[in-house]
Ligand binder design. Structure first.
Ligand SMILES: *Cc1c(COP(=O)(O)O)cnc(C)c1O
Length: 252
């Protein structure tokens, strides 16, 4: 029998992850030390009581990768009552026909997975219908750094064009950074993860080409197995699920 995660386990998991983040930050170069990474607690497949437990311990950013699951959780009466300042990150593949569903959710904070110019344009067009007046929707551009066919994301060579498009044409979007999932199972003992190095290079190239301060473009990279490594390489946003909420059975 699998042991069920209790609210106490989640608080413990969160505490351990936060202390590992702090330790990884202390190993960063001086230049990077000013940037504090955001911890996104990835709560997919996990019940509302565990989200509330993490929220009560001060966690604010949560990530979900299925539209329907996010919709249920964001509208859940207990979450709405007890987690008033929750910040939802959408981290899954977003289909055009689900855009309005996601951007109309309470407390939607950031779409991390914008993987085409078309999607950016649609979000830009529709945000004013749902968001608070004069506000901008935060987005990240997802980059397919590993070049794997089954992964979503924009090719590294195309990212600069899409970023330029968003900055010039999408008045209702606020570009927060770049995001990658990367290849699974890379062992940091083999040296810097090439996916993380690639994402950072995309950022540096864009900033140079478009005259942007690199500190204004975040990097979402690193999950349970490698968030410390990612932080050392400059991650500003780590997405951590199982290390906080416990093992997740694989989806069929
Ligand atoms: C599930 C998921 C995570 C978290 O994975 P863990 O290995 O459980 O930390 C991070 N990012 C994305 C996009 C995910 O789908």
């Amino acid at each position: 029998m699998l042991k069920k995660m209790s609210e106490i386990d989640v608080k413990q998991g969160l505490k351990i992850v936060l202390s590992k983040i702090e330790e990884a930050c202390s190993k960063r170069t001086l230049e990077l030390q000013a940037l504090e990474p955001t911890l996104v607690a990835v709560s997919k497949t996990k019940p509302v009581n565990l989200i509330v437990a993490a929220y009560e311990d001060g966690q604010r950013h949560f990530g979900e990768n299925y539209v329907q699951e996010l919709e249920e959780k964001a509208n859940n009466p207990i979450i709405l009552e007890k987690c008033k300042d929750i910040k939802w990150h959408f981290i899954g593949h977003l289909q055009s026909n689900k855009v309005n569903k996601v951007i109309s959710l309470p407390n939607i904070h950031l779409i991390e997975t914008v993987d085409s110019q078309k999607l950016a344009s649609l979000l830009d067009k529709n945000w004013p219908k749902f968001g608070p007046p004069e506000s901008k929707l935060k987005i990240m551009i997802q980059v397919n750094t590993s070049g794997e066919e089954e992964k979503n994301g924009i090719a590294p060579t195309e990212v600069c064009n899409v970023v330029q498009y968003v900055l010039k044409e999408c008045k209702n979007l606020d570009l927060d950074g770049l995001m990658t999932i990367g290849k699974f199972g890379y062992d940091p003992a083999d040296g810097p993860n090439p996916d993380f190095v690639c994402l950072k290079k995309c950022r540096d190239d864009i900033c140079q080409a478009l005259g942007i301060d690199w500190k204004d473009i975040g990097l979402s990279m690193g999950m349970s197995d490698d968030f410390e490594h990612a932080i050392e390489l400059g991650s500003t946003n780590v997405r951590v699920g199982s290390s906080i909420f416990g093992y997740r059975p694989k989806k069929k």
